[in-house]
Design a binder for this molecule. Structure first.
Ligand code: ME8
Length: 514
């Protein structure tokens, strides 16, 4: 059993929405991290799933005239399908309507109650069903239609009902101390500052049960109440490692190494969740990272604008790996960014087809044509050769810190520095001209190129698993030499190679304009 573990989670998505590229993006980032860590020798647990309780889901089921359970059984499948279409390597898929989750939530609740952290009272205030969140009067704004709105733009309604409360107000100092003692707990820094100033502003006790609808997990001992959907949802992260059983997977994987979320739900993950856990005597996760928001062709993605992009449509149009590459390459992970077909096509044609695709294709075709379809045996390396090989073999050391910091676009940029340098090297060394003048030197140059492409192929596997698998096949890299301990296992000269095949076909502009 591997000694290093890595537990990473996506948010669990509300089933009432169809999966779109925003959901695909968060899960993709987790998939890349999970794959990277597996290749780097970690025992990884990668969790995703669906958030199926609460008023919002109940209303969607009602609107379709079906019972909530039948509704969620049907629509949660859409998120499983997305995981398959996007090639995610999740180890588990949790649904909050599963029995294991009810057990876990009720155990957590019971513990919180036992610790005196939950008390019965009455809630009177604003609630936004779309966000499944409570708001104070001072947080609201009045929209152009005269209606009060949450900061997210969601409509709010006045709620008045008996409710259990969690003593969040008592956790302010302990949360601040936790942020202080664990500077990496929240990333990026801008979000960390935002959370700290929110907590410094004072915390109100949090309503954690509802009585005016029934689609949720019953409160132990008082089944008129169902648990607040966020308490229910957040608990999924410990359910999936076996809570309330604290041996086995819980002991092995908890605390989670990383909860990956969008910036919209940082408060739930970085304030409420660690408070619930600490109050129950459990360890908080090690890190919560909140990434930025995608707009589409400059506009907010919304059903009413009809500009919601489904991952499957995108994959059908551009291919899976180009989509995976684009989403993490286009913008710094913590910032907002815009999706446009023009930039998608630009990246595909320039960075994948021209830069990487051509590098692999021309190196491998020259070997195929001029070296008897076998890897050449290299002669002595020049300084220029070493200036190519050393950084290629050092890619892992350069990428590790970037990946650990969720700086995916920086990681990809570091690889592309290498790809571009290799293209410059081919042009300078002109192996085609050496064919007649110095065939031995030609062999060395082509070997250096093949070896550089191998290292690039290895390090890009988490981002583009299928294409890099094909590339490593073309280089005849044995299956057991594709993990990250294999950077030093250089290609063996003389190995026969199959005829090369293009990796990334150019996308035709005419189609893009349609
Ligand atoms: O909030 N750009 O679920 P949800 C980038 N069930 N990411 C986006 C995005 C966009 N335009 N739109 C959505 C919930 N996302 C809760 C979570 S977890 C215990 C419970 C991503 O279906 C982003 O990760 O509304 C965001 O946080 C998540 O989808 C919200 O998904």
């Amino acid at each position: 059993m591997l000694s290093k573990t890595f537990y990473i989670t996506t948010p669990i998505y509300y089933v009432n929405d169809a999966p779109h590229i925003g959901h695909a993006y968060t899960s993709l980032a987790c998939d890349v991290m999970a794959r990277f860590k597996r290749l780097d020798g970690f025992d990884v647990k990668f969790l995703t799933g669906t958030d199926e309780h609460g008023q919002k889901v109940e209303k969607s089921a009602e609107a379709q005239g079906v019972a909530p359970k039948d509704f969620t059984d049907k629509v949660s499948q859409n998120f499983r399908d997305m995981a398959a279409q996007m090639g995610y390597s999740n180890d588990d898929f949790i649904r909050t309507t599963e029995e294991r989750h009810t057990r876990s939530c009720q155990a957590l609740w019971t513990e919180l109650e036992k610790q005196g952290e939950i008390f019965l009272g009455a809630y009177e205030g604003w609630y936004a069903v779309r966000d499944e969140a409570f708001y104070t009067e001072s947080e609201l704004t009045v929209g152009p239609d005269g209606k009060k709105r949450a900061p997210s733009g969601a409509e709010v309604e006045w709620v008045k009902e008996p409710s259990y409360f969690f003593r969040l107000s008592a956790w302010q100092d302990r949360l601040l101390a936790h942020y202080e003692a664990n500077p990496d707990f929240i990333g990026p820094n801008s979000r960390r500052n935002e959370v700290i100033s929110f907590v410094k502003g004072g915390l109100l006790d949090l309503s954690v049960s509802r009585t005016t609808f029934g689609w949720g997990i019953p409160v132990p001992g008082n089944p008129q109440h169902v648990m607040y959907v966020w308490l229910d949802a957040l608990t999924n992260y410990i359910t999936a490692v076996g809570f309330p059983d604290q041996s086995g997977d819980y002991a092995r994987y908890w605390p989670a190494d990383l909860h990956m979320v969008g910036k919209d739900i940082i408060r739930f993950h970085a304030v409420y969740w660690p408070a619930f856990l600490m109050a129950a005597g459990l360890e908080p996760p090690k890190r919560v990272y909140a990434h930025g928001w995608w707009t589409i062709e400059g506009q907010k993605m919304s059903k009413s604008l009809g500009n919601v992009i489904s991952p499957s449509a995108l994959v059908e149009r551009y291919g899976l790996d180009p989509v995976r590459f684009f989403l993490l390459r286009e913008m710094p992970f913590g910032s907002d960014g815009d999706f446009s077909h023009r930039s998608m096509v630009g990246r595909l044609n320039t960075e994948l087809a021209n830069d990487l695709g051509n590098l692999a294709q021309r190196s491998l075709s020259m070997i195929n044509k001029n070296c008897g379809a076998a890897l050449p045996v290299p002669g002595p390396f020049t300084d220029e050769d070493r200036a190519m090989l050393d950084p290629a073999r050092g890619l892992l050391e350069r990428l590790r810190p970037a990946i650990d910091n969720q700086a995916f676009n920086e990681a990809l940029e570091a690889v592309w520095v290498q790809v571009r340098a290799a293209n410059v090297y081919v042009d300078r060394q002109a192996p085609w001209a050496l064919k007649k003048t110095d065939p031995e030197r030609m062999g060395t140059v082509l070997y250096v190129l093949a070896e550089t492409v191998r290292c690039i192929g290895l390090i890009l596997q988490p981002f583009m698993p299928a294409s890099m698998n094909r590339l490593l096949d073309q280089l005849a890299v044995p299956a057991d030499q594709r993990d990250f301990s294999s950077f030093a296992k250089a290609l063996a000269g003389g190995t026969p190679l199959t005829a090369p095949q293009g990796l990334f076909p150019r996308y035709q502009e005419e189609e893009a304009a349609s």
